[in-house]
Ligand binder design. Structure first.
Ligand code: SF4
Ligand code: SF4
Length: 91
């Protein structure tokens, strides 16, 4: 499993003076676990450390800190991440 062969960052997202970064979001990334291949590129590139690695090796988005930048969506090579407007269902 990839997670056993990399050094995990020690940083954690924290609340800023404007509150949690998740409050900024207009669009949100949604992971399709049927397509996800656990490559963890999304986790690696997320600038807000808003993606955690679950015990089963899959990524999980922390919507309290995801600001909806779309980088994970852009970097996912197998298109397992959708980027949808807040309040809308995944198409
Ligand atoms: S980049 Fe895509 S395939 Fe890779 S772990 Fe993230 S969601 Fe899964
Ligand atoms: S949209 Fe941006 S902040 Fe949110 S999980 Fe993806 S890379 Fe991280």
């Amino acid at each position: 499993m990839v997670k056993d062969h990399i050094i995990l960052p020690v940083s954690k997202p924290t609340e800023g003076s404007m509150g949690k970064t998740g409050l900024w979001r207009t669009f949100r990334p949604v992971i399709n676990y049927d397509k996800c291949v656990k490559c963890l590129l999304c986790w690696f590139y997320c600038p807000d450390i808003a993606i955690k690695i679950r015990d089963d090796g899959y990524p999980e988005i922390d919507y309290c800190y995801c600001k909806g930048c779309g980088i994970c969506w852009h970097e996912c090579k197998v298109k397992a991440i959708s980027f949808v407007r807040e309040g809308e269902e995944v198409g």
